[in-house]
Ligand binder design. Structure first.
Ligand code: ATP
Ligand code: MG
Length: 818
């Protein structure tokens, strides 16, 4: 019997790992205290010491990535076959697996399709188009988007509420008996008049609740008809399966749950029914790290578990093995601001280490390139002890990644995006760019195929394929074909599609004229968003509409930056090009609704002044009306931004800096962590409902750091194309011992305003914290010399000419942020 899996655990961790299998256990502890480590050791202990079959163990993690991580850790302690047999994954994955096998027990068929969030929204969208319902909502002046309905349905499911539960609570709170009648009939069988009559005593909120409940009921019928389950259903049916059929769960007798503080009601029920008979249940969690309240997670589940499983024991781990003392002190000082929080003990086992840095930069661009430079410096000074893959940038929103991706590319620092896509690969960014590409080059078929149906115009893949075939046969561009449909010259298309196509043509035509007039790309994007009502489209169709909208705004920022960077030279417009526009093949025989300068002013767009030089005259020689326009320069820059400079295969092993969001970083750790944009409106997010949850999010982010932690912000930042002044986040500026940083004597108690010195002593400490060999002095010298040679050596120190020196400098820069 091997007990190697217990090696190195401290006394309390040992107790937790060896806790008797059938006594319910909660391991509650702060970040980095080894909760996940103990959970993994406990799994091995159950198998190796208690001789429990691996297939009877069910380990639930919060993300697929976490499951993979746990599998890797287990792979070091168990043989492959055992690891394979353990049921490990997210709650959703676990349910899907069991439902496939035991579908009939809950009255569904095993070949169900999992319907993703997009599909669910489409179903809701269709229901909202029911004429009677539309008419009814119109008369009541109620606007309901697909997004709102979908998330209300999802919230109800997460709470385990059926459509009947919603209707019942509606009737319970109603004062009129007439509502009872409504209940008896199907909502969709009622005419508008009926509804109005029945609901006349309801206020708007009650009416909306009623509509939501009924749409929910109908949505369920549709999913049933399609033999489909949405994500929430996987959990709902999973709970039903396990609670009504205890024999199914008998294989999952030992349940272990990581990140328990972020489970919702249904997930809790699932776990409860699985472990009901065996009572072999272990959960680990930290209320201070609950950051998914916005997704209906309930930290109260900890108390609920103690009620449901009598004699649940608790073990508290109090030693942090992840971070240096000073990083832990900063993190705890941040979360301790939450007065309602229960204080806990968390000791650092590591030395104090260099102080975390908190610094204000004059602008977002200086901030991002300073961070890229600092990463190079740290990697060089640690002489092979640290690589790029030891560094992470943790962002509050994923839209903030654009500036960092760009700065890192410029500095030649390789990056990877964890749990998401690179900025220029995101669907909404590609949609907007595709419109601009057609405006620039109407013959560009890929862009055409991408966006003819964005926003939805009811044009199916088949029609798009036909249009492209016709274009090929006739030697026309897809857009010309579409134009001809619009002009009635291609007869076989149904009138509603014609109308939709006309809309598409109108948008492009409008944009093209403005582009040829020299409207800047930033304004062109704004115009586009307005014309197609892109934000409404996102809200109706995307669950994460906010995040996508922020990405679109960030694209405007990028366009504005390009304008100022390339300046007048590239962003001026050729007079002759504008003339050429009038000869432009694609638009010449259409109605004459050119914009004149006054109209441009009316639209609130500043026009770029025409240029008068040799290049302008060259424009006349070109048939390409859009040559050298600001738009083309912008598109080219965007396309080049997709080139990461890192090529495919050989790149797999290459060390890369991780860029990710604070949410996605949960449970993970890196030696060097940067948290930029620690500003008002970001921490807490301007749209956050619960500021305390935002504070905990910053705490989660800070506690990912092992050796070096940097918090930064900028006193001015470009947002949606406008430069705005920004202030340091109050989560940091009101830290005890860290009053508003300017000139306050003890501001250095927790943070330093300059980067770590990286003296020999500091480097030795860091190597110790990371359990790595102290770097060889000669190697350090070589790397620093190399850095000097390529011109970035002066990063924090001497060279007054260095742009980076505008960054971390003196206490004076604190003024800007506070
Ligand atoms: P989080 O709350 O952030 O998920 P956690 O409590 O799950 O953190 P782990 O990720 O399990 O913490 O552990 C943090 C780090 O500390 C890991 O690198 C782990 O290997 C290390 N660690 C945990 N316990 C010990 C120990 N007894 N001795 C040495 N290192 C340890
Ligand atoms: Mg963990």
């Amino acid at each position: 019997m091997s007990i190697a899996h217990l090696d190195g655990l401290n006394e309390v961790q040992l107790r937790a790992a060896q806790h008797p299998p059938h006594v319910p256990l909660q391991i509650l502890a702060g970040p980095g205290s080894g909760k996940t480590k103990v959970l993994t050791s406990r799994i091995v202990h159950l198998i190796n010491v208690h001789a429990i079959s691996a297939s009877n163990i069910c380990a639930v993690t919060f993300t697929n990535k976490a499951a993979l991580e746990m599998r890797t850790r287990l792979g070091r302690m168990l043989d492959k076959e055992h690891v394979r047999q353990i049921k490990m994954g997210t709650f959703h994955a676990l349910c899907a697996q069991f439902l496939r096998r035991y579908a009939t027990l809950v009255g569904i068929s095993g070949n169900f399709t999992v319907c993703d969030a997009d599909e669910s929204k489409k179903i809701v969208g269709k229901m909202l188009k029911e004429p009677d319902l539309k008419e009814f909502l119109k008369r009541c002046s109620i606007t309901l988007s697909e997004g709102t309905i979908s998330s209300r349905i999802s919230q109800a499911k997460a709470k385990g509420l059926s459509p009947h539960d919603l209707l019942d609570s509606f009737h319970a709170s109603s004062h009129t008996s007439s509502k009872g009648k409504v209940k008896e009939k199907s909502f969709f069988a009622l005419t508008t008049e009926h509804l109005e009559h029945e609901l006349k005593s309801c206020n708007i909120k009650e009416t909306i609740d009623f509509v939501v409940a009924n749409l929910y009921a109908n949505y369920e019928l549709i999913l049933r008809d399609h033999n489909a389950l949405d994500f929430d259903d996987l959990l709902v049916y999973g709970v039903r399966l396990f609670s009504e059929n205890p024999q199914v769960g008998r294989w999952c007798t030992h349940v272990l749950v990581d990140e328990f503080q972020d489970t919702n009601n249904v997930q809790y029920e699932l776990m409860r029914s699985l472990a009901a008979a065996s009572r072999s249940i272990t959960v680990v969690g930290d209320p201070d790290q609950s950051i998914y309240g916005w997704r209906s997670a309930e930290v109260e589940n900890l108390a609920k578990m103690r009620r449901d499983f009598a004699a649940t024991q608790q073990i508290f781990l109090e030693d942090n093995y992840r971070s240096t003392g000073s990083i832990l002190a900063v993190s705890v000082a941040i979360v301790a601001q939450d007065k309602s929080r229960i204080q806990k003990t968390l000791h650092a086992t590591h030395p104090q280490g260099p102080q975390p840095t908190l610094h204000c930069f004059p602008s977002d661009r200086v901030e991002s390139s300073a961070i890229a430079g600092e990463i190079k410096r740290v990697v060089a000074h640690m002489g092979g002890t640290l690589g790029y893959d030891d560094c992470a940038i943790l962002l509050r929103y994923n839209s903030l990644s654009r500036v960092f991706e760009s700065a890192f590319r410029k500095e030649g620092v390789p990056t990877r995006i964890l749990g998401g896509q690179r900025f220029f690969e995101r669907a909404e960014v590609k949609d907007v760019l595709a419109y601009l590409q057609i405006v620039d080059n109407p013959a560009y078929a890929p862009a055409f195929a991408r966006v003819i149906n964005v926003p939805q115009r009811g044009i199916g893949q088949k029609t798009i394929a036909e249009l492209l075939t016709v274009a090929g046969k006739k030697g026309l561009s897809p857009l010309e074909v579409v134009e001809r449909i619009h002009g009635g010259r291609i007869p076989d298309i149904k009138p509603p599609i014609k109308r939709k196509v006309a809309e598409f043509v109108h948008v492009l035509k409008d944009m093209r004229k403005l582009a040829l007039k020299g409207l800047s790309p930033a304004n062109l994007i704004r115009r586009f968003l307005d014309l197609v009502q892109y934000q409404e489209y996102l809200e109706k169709t995307q669950e994460d509409a906010d995040s996508r909208w922020r990405n679109v705004q960030e694209l405007i920022t990028f366009a504005s930056e390009m304008e100022s960077e390339l300046g007048a030279q590239s962003f001026d417009v050729d007079v002759e090009d504008t003339k050429a526009a009038q000869e432009d093949d694609y638009w010449q025989d259409r109605e004459e609704d050119e914009y004149d300068d006054e109209e441009l002013d009316d639209l609130g767009f500043a026009e770029v002044k025409p240029r008068d030089d040799k290049q302008a005259r060259k424009g006349t020689e070109s048939r390409d009306a859009a040559a050298n326009t600001p738009l083309r320069a912008f598109l080219q820059a965007s396309m080049l931004s997709t080139d990461t400079g890192q090529s495919s295969e050989d790149d797999k092993d290459k060390q890369k800096v991780t860029i990710t969001t604070c949410h996605a970083a949960k449970g993970l750790e890196w030696p060097v962590v940067f948290i930029p944009v620690v500003e008002e409106g970001v921490f807490p997010s301007a749209r956050a409902e619960d500021p305390e949850e935002e504070r905990r999010l910053l705490y989660v982010a800070c506690t990912r750091a092992q050796a070096l932690l940097y918090l930064t912000h900028a006193s001015s930042r470009m947002m949606a194309g406008e430069t705005v002044s920004k202030r340091l986040s109050e989560f940091v500026s009101v830290l005890p011992g860290v009053p508003p940083p300017v000139g306050i004597p003890d501001s250095a108690a927790l943070f330093s305003s300059s980067p770590p010195e990286l003296s020999k002593a500091e480097i030795t400490t860091l190597a110790k914290v990371l359990h790595r060999a102290t770097p060889d002095a000669a190697e350090v010298q070589k790397r620093v010399a190399e850095l000097n040679r390529v011109g970035k050596s002066s990063f924090w120190t001497a060279d007054p000419e260095s742009t980076y020196n505008t960054g971390f400098s003196s206490a004076a820069s604190w003024n800007k942020g506070t």
